[in-house]
Design a protein around this ligand. Sequence first.
Ligand code: PLP
Length: 452
Amino acid sequence: MEGGDSCSPSMANMDDGEVAWRFGAKNPALAAASAQSIRALVYGMYACVDRSDPRPLAPLGHGDPSPFACFRTAAAAEEAVSAAVTSGKHNSYTGAAGLPEACSAVAAYLSRDLPYELSPGDIVLTAGCNHAIEVMMAVLATPGANVLLPRPGYPLYEARAALGGLEFRHYDLLPDKGWDVDIEGVEALADDNTVAMVIVNPNNPCGCVYSKEHLAKVRSTKERMCPLQETARKLGIMVISDEIYDHFAFGSKPFVPMGVFGDIVPVVTLGGISKRWMVPGWRLGWIAMTDPKGVLRRKKLRLKQILESIIVYRGISVDPAAIVQGAIPQIIANTDEAFFIKAMNTMREAAEICYQSLKGIVSITCPHKPEGSMFVMVKLDMPYFEDIHDDIDFCRKLAKEESVVICPGSGLGMRNWLRITFAVDPQLLEDGLDRLKSFCLRHAKFNTKQAT
Ligand SMILES: *Cc1c(COP(=O)(O)O)cnc(C)c1O
């Protein structure tokens, strides 16, 4: 983005005579939000790649397995979309919460894993899970409010909060404890103005999956730190559970939705089909009120009528494409279990390749073997390197010299860490990690080179 400046055509500097254009000032909120953008950071790495390098580019920076044949979506999902097109029934605008049949299908899909039934009215469809994040950060941005976000996390939360003027505070995920939430940290951060905490499970960027015990602890901590006078249960902060990687767990721990504990504290579950079905370009996500007691609909509470605000905001925002909404009932009903099993087997294999290769690099530490999502966080052991200043420098040089793109941890609040995705064709992944290893060796200090 910024790098483009030096390439701008000279037209940009042409004198316009006496016209004093009044526009062009940078919106300060947008500048604050763009400082949080991880996209810009990763795109910047692509710009460093040497185009004359004949080796295939290894894209280990962002999680999108859809270009690889081994991760092609289910045939049933493709057929559902083409049937939705040819039916001629999905060419209209859809309502502010989404197409009713699609909301019903999502409610039934999520209810499979919950001890209660969701109704179609608990679901608001969005243009991908990113849009769900936008909606939630916007509706919570009341004057003075703050939200608690994980570090490392998913920077769109920070960007959307900054854009809407919602204060955010970071609690830590603990690498030595399998990236569990630092519960004490959460308690220390919350105050009377805290309205929500966000968790991501299975976790991007850490690759961990939270156990049922840990989720229950997150829940009860929330009750204890409830800042208001009335009962903790009625007035506690809500949990926003980003479950875009629902069922994307290939280790020993099963995926447990936070909504299982929705009777104690209201949970807003964010999700979608982008990751599990591997179709991020289809732009279909959702916001689910996993809140069996209906706290989010009550009118007298502090967080009054949050559901109504969500629908109002969604109504003045964008709609997911009607075609994909129309296809959702069939996408969910017709994708057989075999597709998911095969996808998770390939993902498990890729995560294993990734973990084993990383273990073979002395200057990189991987604190936790990935067991879910498409990512792993690793630490650069800086004293090993001769001529690398930090993670950003590392990633730029790596892109230039090896055509391997990795996301620097700085973009996620973790300086001198890296986020690596393994959702890549296994052969290319192995190749990319081999290049990462030779890069690390080449930039090692002389004495560490001898040791390895
Ligand atoms: C990919 C991702 C999203 C965005 O999902 P889309 O449906 O593609 O918008 C949201 N949250 C997390 C944690 C993600 O990794």
